[in-house]
Every structure is written in structure tokens, then in C-alpha cells.
Design a protein. Structure first.
Lengths: 362, 362
């Protein structure tokens, strides 16, 4: 049983780079109750891979991707706030993306899906709020790619969200992150099973996608965590085939790849991955600081992690300082979590208090 | 015209893990003159990919892989020292490796090449010295994987080299480095053209090898270097195919992959890459410090780079402290080079002085 609902986007829905979608829709979930004054809405925009199911609920008791953070009495308290989470446009968890059927052909879009930007992901999410009758947000929350989308939303709809929560994110990708993502995309594209995007449902480019996912995990966690967690420990039963796994860190990567491959559409991954590399907040006015000033944000919570190699802490500091220069009241945390970029998905002891305190103070 | 010479290994040549090679040989080059007292020999053991051609010479004026460091008047001064560089056993630059012909079958070894360790690379290199009539080394120099091989050599032949130069290396791989190398090997193995190692000479697993090389480059340099060098600069003429390169950092990776693929045998890469992950100096006595004490090193120069993510600076410090505890006189440099692990191949301004001073003081 699913708690997912859908909102139809205007048809055609025109994207920033000129493409159009007909009959597109977005999947979303909500928790809690919208107040009579409609003033307690909190929107969560997600990282690359999660869907709208951020937390469990009566209709769908499956744990959500941010289960420990969202719920009654939790940091994102569903007794206080009306919480909404949207599956990004271009993803494959209920929203229209490259794996969706193009009504013009009756076939999946695949690479005929139009060029997608994070501004499109942000602007389309606003239609969910419109459909729910929400005219302003108590807070807009975005971790990782969702933080980039949050920045895009804030600059596209100034003042709509007076309070921003930006977690382990960046105003644009640095070349190290772009290099990693470029190699991930190339691993998918060079898999013969990719077939220029025209893979069949029963023959996905799994080899390339495995490499992409493993490379992702290498950058989502931190060398420090793995050093203390795995060291040089061997697996109990190594795979006897030559050059197969022997070390625990390899088994860990295998387990992550096994879970991910088959659960996310590779073309959708390509579109969202590229959208992250394309995104540059400075496109909105010529410089990051100018764009941040445009958001009219009143307050912001900016959190980063010192062991993050994908969205290094300097990028969070840049956002925090830019918002401060623009006159916002900014709370900035450089957390010493050991789990790197993914810390917001695991180190709840460190992440829950500042997020909860910030939201409850609004 | 080549300056490469060869030494035949004993036949059969028994490897540490039990395999045997018949008619195996090693390629090497030398520069300078061995003194009458045979006391000025300096051996260079290489990283994963270079061959024995460390520097140009009269017979082969092609620049070597460490041209700026090796030569008359250079840091590794060929007027003072008799310099030898050996192509690693298992490599494909003239020494016997997986791409060599197995005399038993008349076919390339491919995966029938026996399991290879860095101890084998070290021990086999000693036969080059034996053939040259060298009974002790003035210095043993190893950067990167070559530093691991140097440690293996030093513990297998205590006192043979009283003076060690260890550059950007480690007593063993940390799980981050193993994860990277594991993904590199998997990218090769999952390329359908790999064919369990039985690829033909005109159909190498180039797609997987490209990914492996690019992933290598991501870890050989540093995010800081790329940030200042590339930023978010675009290429002038982007490839119009979907998801192809747009950013300069992507073109840089392409250029590196283009140069490497076709010039190094993928199976040989697998063998040497795995040997690095297998290597653990602590295997020689139970702990790194015990093994370092076994080397009987008198003096050591240990150099690392603070931006190295593959062989982090802590690992050089560990080696330096261990050698000091064992009674060696150790000079330790944590260089602030911005080029990461590869700094020893490019930042000669920082690397040449300490190496030159150390060698000239012997």
C-alpha cells in the first residue's frame, strides 16, 4: 500500500532548456496536517536517488529514506509541521522521467526526454504546493542535490520560503565532483547493454550501473570511516574467481550495488547526474552572492560535514557567508561526522538536534 | 632505439604464493657508471604503470617517466650514482607478465600467470643487481607502488640498502584505496571484451580500461588542483552526443585515458593492482614497526604530500616514525604540493631538493 499521491503538471510543461513534456506529473507524500492558516508547511527536496517516501505513515509503514528525521516528535516534527516530500522531476519513483511513457509515442522517453535542470526540478515542485493551496513555506529543506534544488527554488521564488535548511550541499559542483559523476555516467554509457538509452526492461546496463553506484559510495562515505570500520579485514568466504572480492570493503560495495541496481532507472540517473553538474547558482545574477541575496531568505540553517569529499565543507561555508552578507540570520554547523557526505542519512545524533531546534524555533 | 637490457630470472622462478615461471626475465635500464668499488648503485622501483625508461640517454633520447629527476646534475645525479630502474615483474614494458608468451603453451599467459605479490616484484629485482655484480645499494628509491616494493625489498634483504627513499607510499593499502582499485579492476572485468582475460590483441577491453584509468586520475591528483586549474570551465567544442563531455575536467580525463589505453596491458594492470592491495608490510613479523626494524635501514628520506588522497600523509608519517623507532636517521617531509599523489611526477621544485640533498650526502 502506498501513500504516494500525484500532481499533474501543466501540459505542455516547458523546461528551462526549451524541451516540453505533455501529461507530466509528480509524485509526493505528506505527513501531518496543514494548519487552518496554511502556515506550517515544510517541503523536503531530495538527493539524487530517494523517492517521496521520506518516512513511514499509516498507509505505508515501510521505513522511509529519512525515517529517523521525519515523524511525530522527530527533528522534522510531523505534529508541528505539514511535511511534504516530492520525488524529483526526471526521477523514476512515480514522477515523470526518462523511464516514463511518452504519450506521443506510447514508448518510454529514454533519451528523448528533454534536457533537465535542477531549476526544472525546483519549479515543478512548486506545482505540488500550488495544488495543496500552500502560498508560503515555513521551511524548505534540501540535503545534497536537494540542497542545490532548494537554492534553485529559493532564487526562482524569492520569499516563498523565508527559512532554508541546506544540508551537505553546494552552490555548484566542483571539478572533483564533476569528474566523479562524469566517470559514473561514462560507465553506464559504455556498457553495451545501455544501447544509447534504448535498453529493454529485462536487460538494463547493470555492469556499468554497478560501477557507477560503487564509485558513488566511495565518495558518499569517508576514508576515515572505512579505515576504522573495515581496516584490512578480509571476507570470510572470498569469491574464488580471479580478482573477485577479498576485503570487507569490497563486500560492502557489492552489497550497496546489489541493492541499488535494478531499483533505479539508469537513464534517469544520467539526467539527474548531469543536472547536478550543470547547476550553478551563479547563473542567477552572475555570482553566488548575488543569487543568494535574491532569495530574500530571512533565516537559514546551513550544515556540512568536515569529512565530505563530494560537497566539501568550504561550499557550505560559502553558502552560509553569502546568506549572511545578504542579511539573513544564519546558523552554520561544520559537523565532525565520520561518515562523509552521507552523514545526514546516518549520523542522526549530530544532525537531528540542530534541524529540530531550527524548525521548532520558527 | 632502446636502452633496455634484460636479465633472465632463474628458471623455474618460484613466486611467493606458489606459482612458477619458466624463462622469465626482467627489463631494466641504467645510467651513469658503476664505480670500481661498486658502491654507488641506486635502484629505482616504479609505480604501477611506468617502465624501466626513467630518463633519456644516448641510445634512447625519448624523455623518461622521471626525466626531470634523473640525469647529470639532477636530483638523482647520474654523474655521481650508477642508477638502475627495473620494470616490475608482472608489468608489460619488457618484463615477463600476463601478456608475455608462456613457453609451455606458446600463448600469452593471461590469467594463467601465477598470483603475483610485491614481494615477488622486489625479490626478482634483486636478480638485476646480482647480474650487475652489485652487492649493496647506495640507495633504494621507490615512489607510490614502488615505495611498497622498496619496503618489501628492504625487509627481504636486510641491510642490502642502508639508505631508503620512500615517496608517497604506504606500508599497506587503506580501505579507501582498496575500494578505488577494486572498482577499477571490476570495470575491466565487467567489460565484455575482457573475456576472462582472453581478449585478443586487436580487441582489448578498452571501455572498462578507460573507466579504470579515469578513476585512477581522479585519485592521483587533488580536488584543490582541479578547482584552481579547471573550475567550471567548459570545453570550446563540446561533443554533441548526449551526456558526452562539456567541462574541461572531463576533456582532461579523456586525454589521459586516450594516452593510457592501448599502452598498458589490462591483465597486467589487474595483477599489479591486486598486488598493491595484498601488500602488507606487517606480514613480515606481525606489525609494521617490527617489519621496519627488520630492514636494518640506517638512513631514510620519507616524503609525502598533504593533498594525497590515495596514500594519505599519515601513512608516510607512520613509516617515518617506525623507522625512527628502529634507530634509523629519518628525514620526513610533508610537502604542501597541490597535485596530490602524482606530485612526485610534476612538482619537481618541491621534490628535487630533498631527494638530491639526501642522495648527495650519502
Amino acid at each position: 500500500m502506498t501513500a504516494t499521491r500525484h500532481v499533474d503538471l501543466p501540459s505542455p510543461y516547458v523546461l528551462r532548456r526549451g524541451g516540453q513534456l505533455f501529461g507530466a506529473r509528480l509524485a509526493y507524500e505528506t505527513w501531518g496536517e496543514l494548519s487552518a492558516a496554511r502556515d506550517n508547511a515544510v517541503l523536503i527536496l531530495t538527493g539524487l536517488s530517494p523517492g517521496a517516501h521520506a518516512a513511514s505513515c499509516a498507509q505505508d509503514p515501510t521505513p522511509g529514506w529519512w525515517e529517523a528525521m521525519v515523524g511525530p516528535g522527530r527533528a522534522i516534527d510531523t505534529r508541528r509541521h505539514f511535511v511534504i516530500c516530492v520525488n524529483s522531476l526526471g526521477s523514476c519513483k512515480g514522477s515523470t522521467g526518462a523511464a516514463s511513457i511518452d504519450p506521443a509515442t506510447g514508448q518510454p522517453y529514454r533519451l528523448s526526454f528533454p534536457e533537465l535542470t535542477l531549476e526544472d526540478v525546483a519549479a515543478s515542485s512548486k506545482h505540488v504546493l500550488d495544488a495543496l493551496g500552500i502560498t508560503h513555506l515555513r521551511a524548505l529543506i534540501g540535503p545534497s542535490m536537494g540542497g542545490m534544488t532548494t537554492l534553485a527554488f529559493a532564487v526562482l521564488f524569492p520569499g516563498f520560503a523565508a527559512n532554508l535548511v541546506l544540508i551537505s550541499t553546494a552552490p555548484h559542483s566542483l571539478p572533483f565532483a564533476t569528474a566523479i559523476r562524469s566517470v559514473q555516467r561514462e560507465a553506464i554509457r559504455r556498457d553495451p547493454a545501455w544501447k544509447n538509452g534504448d535498453y529493454s526492461a529485462d536487460a538494463w546496463p547493470e555492469n556499468g550501473f554497478r560501477i557507477a553506484r560503487k564509485l558513488g559510495m566511495v565518495t558518499y562515505r569517508s576514508p576515515q570511516e572505512w579505515r576504522s570500520r573495515f581496516g584490512r579485514k578480509r571476507v570470510n568466504t572470498p569469491d574464488p574467481r580471479p580478482f573477485e572480492r577479498e576485503f570487507e570493503v569490497e563486500a560492502y560495495l557489492d552489497a550497496h550495488a546489489d541493492r541499488f541496481v535494478g531499483s533505479f532507472d539508469p537513464n534517469s540517473y544520467l539526467y539527474l547526474s548531469r543536472a547536478m553538474d550543470w547547476f550553478d547558482l551563479a547563473d542567477h545574477g552572475g555570482a553566488v552572492d548575488i543569487a543568494l541575496a535574491k532569495t530574500q531568505a530571512k533565516r537559514a540553517l546551513v550544515i556540512g560535514v568536515t569529512t565530505d569529499i563530494l560537497f566539501p565543507i568550504e561550499q557550505q561555508r560559502e553558502i552560509a557567508e553569502g546568506l549572511r552578507h545578504a542579511g539573513a540570520i544564519v546558523e552554520y554547523h561544520a559537523l565532525p561526522s565520520i561518515q562523509g557526505h552521507d552523514s545526514f542519512l546516518v549520523d542522526f545524533e549530530r544532525f537531528a538536534p540542530p534541524v529540530g531546534d531550527f524548525l521548532n524555533s520558527l
